[in-house]
Design a protein around this ligand. Sequence first.
Ligand code: ADP
Ligand code: MG
Length: 238
Amino acid sequence: MGSIVLDNVSKTFGDAVVIPAIDLDIADGEFVVFVGPSGCGKSTLLRLIAGLEDVSGGRILIDGEDMTETPPARRRLAMVFQSYALYPHMSVRGNIAFPLKMAGLASDVVERKVADAARILNLTDYLDRKPRQLSGGQRQRVAIGRAIVRDPVAFLFDEPLSNLDAALRVAMRLEISELHQQLKRTMIYVTHDQVEAMTMADKIVVLNAGRVEQVGSPLELYRNPKNLFVAGFIGSPR
Ligand code: ADP
Ligand code: MG
């Protein structure tokens, strides 16, 4: 559950070729980091996987099934954004429960799933607060909680920590890594931060202008960067 394959996936916006053609294999349960400079196509790639954008060419397989034409809600993926996208007028409980209520689940089931997610994320004492009464880290946890309750086969994070201050970023980095250990679900994590990539990833995908420069474990990329771009980005000494 949770394997994702990109088969010759491309994306153009008008005349602009943002992703010429990408092949990628993500195994079930893997923590994969997409890293690369601003504008290289990280968010676009994530949105293609989520189904929030249509591909211009190629196929996207999830658990071996062609999902290229499948709408986002039926891909069983959950996206977490840097902007949190919380509903300001709803409590933490309401925000986390929202996708379940939309799916028409019975209220006792909703209650139990919200309680489970809150426990995992240390939000139990904050369920009745509004988003504005929370810290940045707590808001980010609520956004993750809303993803967890949907029981997705994979989580897609788009620079989830970029709005947080440095100390909180370190703490949340650890929390997301722990969440991965605990849930053992596939996670794709987009960042332009080398440190996040090096410390969190099982596998790093280095992107440059919509192309994959190199794929490998943090250690592999550090020891054997294929070119200067990768070396520069990963911070290798060569
Ligand atoms: P990143 O997330 O790596 O910073 P993006 O995926 O957001 O990069 O953007 C990659 C490129 O695609 C950029 O040049 C951006 O301007 C362009 N782009 C992204 N979305 C659109 C869109 N909806 N219409 C036109 N161009 C877009
Ligand atoms: Mg982006």
